[in-house]
Design a protein around this ligand. Structure first.
Ligand code: PMP
Length: 444
């Protein structure tokens, strides 16, 4: 019996004992290709000696100091490096321990900013359906994932949810991609007008939707229109790059490719690359200055804010990502992965869409390609796929079931950036074994 409170108490995972390169190993020595980096975490694979050494050095010098008393050099250097590579205007970095904490800090930063500039009536948040922003209560309220929210609904603050940008399912046949993007972006304006133009504090979105939709980027022009609407009504744009940031889509920050700069941006996962738990909330100089010249302190905090060892790991990761040319190869590797997936699944009757950006790639499964009918949720397609892939030696991230009566089963692939050609082929062939098993078991 395990006394660890696992998520599934009647289905315990095997004990993992080793990580090396793109593989993880269990206690029986079985190797698993880490095809999703857990949940898009392990961007540099496992056992990287440079990151491990950076952590060891920091442990030897000063493992921890509370930032209420002492700062640390790794935190300073990491903040500088992130700001050097961040979208224009993001100039200050608040370090936390993970993605949900980064989102919570973003929300409180936005609220405090409006208090500081004398607009206390601004407290309303608009986000999107079929999104995920974390499991703490604030972040959960912002997310639009129906089944995660449902049990906790009475505990959640009120957040408006507009449509995501989900071309595969929502673009009308008589619309161009661009017209579709403008139409759904304009839902933000309608919602701001409905709530009251002086009431809304922030709009929150993932540039490329990860956990709830399986690597769905917005169509070109969508985020530019969103930025325009936010500017018109003085609403802050918070982009959640917890999953899609840190090079995953081919640029260090995903928003670069959408041609927009947010007022606040959250990152985590790839920032620590799994070597340490760390997240961060970046904000504009306007927000920072309003707080600095106003009350003078951000009314927030956790014990492990700016944890020196976590920052040392983050620094080593981001140095590697930005100085080693690794991120520059992500777009080409991602295209190669999608090409391989098209070869393998392009004609598959149950694969409706192959999509993504960089090494952030998704497949959506359907009962019927023409009608895009979702697979009966009682089949538990994605849970079966997770098990079958794991048995085949592949860790991938299948999610879904019917959400909002629409979004079907999908799998997210996010292999390490160090993956070579033959590794990407291995991911696709193992996934193919798993898909064949599940479709055969279900008689599809
Ligand atoms: N935001 C996004 C976009 C995420 O994908 C996640 C995690 N999947 C989170 C926030 C929450 O991060 P964490 O699990 O580290 O709290």
């Amino acid at each position: 019996m395990s006394r660890v409170f696992h998520r599934h108490s009647n289905k315990l995972p095997p004990i993992g004992t080793k990580g090396g390169g793109v593989y993880l190993y269990d206690a029986d020595g079985k190797a698993y290709f880490d095809g999703s980096g857990g949940a898009a975490v392990s961007c540099l694979g496992h056992g990287d000696p440079d990151i491990i050494n950076a952590i060891k050095q920091q442990l030897d010098s000063m493992a921890f100091a509370h930032t209420g008393f002492l700062g640390s050099q790794p935190a300073e250097d990491l903040a500088d490096l992130l700001v050097d590579h961040a979208p224009d205007g993001l100039e200050h970095v608040y370090f936390v321990s993970g993605g949900s904490e980064a989102v919570e800090a973003a929300l409180k930063l936005a609220r405090q900013y409006f208090l500081e500039i004398g607009q206390p009536e601004r407290s309303k948040i608009i986000a999107r359906r079929q999104s995920y922003h974390g499991n703490t209560l604030g972040a959960l309220a912002v997310g639009g994932n129906a089944w995660r929210r449902e049990p906790f609904a009475p505990l959640l603050m009120n957040v408006s949810h507009i449509a995501p940008c989900y071309e595969y399912r929502d673009r009308r046949a008589d619309e161009t991609s661009s017209d579709y993007g403008q139409r759904v972006a304009n839902e933000l304006e309608q919602e701001i007008l409905r709530l009251g133009t002086d009431q809304v504090m922030a709009f929150v979105a993932e540039p490329v939707v990860g956990a709830t939709m399986g690597a769905v980027p917005a169509v070109e022009g969508y985020f530019k229109r969103i930025r325009e609407i936010c500017d018109t009504y003085g609403v802050l744009l918070i982009l959640d790059e917890v999953m899609c940031g840190m090079g995953r889509t081919g640029t260090l920050f995903a928003a670069e490719q959408d041609g927009v700069s947010p007022d606040i941006c959250t990152i985590a996962k790839g920032l620590g690359a799994g070597y340490q738990p760390i997240g961060a909330t970046l904000c504009s100089v306007e927000i920072f200055d309003a707080i600095k010249t106003g009350s003078g302190f951000f009314q927030h905090g956790h014990t492990y804010v700016g944890h020196p060892t976590a920052c040392a790991a983050g620094l080593a990761v981001v140095q590697k990502l930005t100085q080693g040319g690794i991120v520059d190869q992500v777009s080409a590797k991602g295209k190669q992965l999608r090409d391989l997936l098209h070869q393998e699944f392009g004609q598959h009757p149950n694969v409706g869409d192959i999509r993504g950006r960089g090494l952030f790639v998704g497949l959506e499964f359907v009962a019927d390609r023409d009608s895009k009918a979702v697979i009966d949720p009682s089949h538990k397609f994605n849970a079966r796929l997770k098990t079958a892939a794991f048995e085949a030696g592949l860790i991938c991230y299948p999610m879904g079931g019917t959400i909002d009566g629409k979004n079907g089963d999908h799998v997210l692939l996010a292999p390490p950036f160090i993956s070579e050609d033959h590794h990407l082929e291995e991911v696709v062939s193992k996934l193919s074994i798993a898909v064949s098993k599940v479709t055969a078991d279900l008689g599809m």
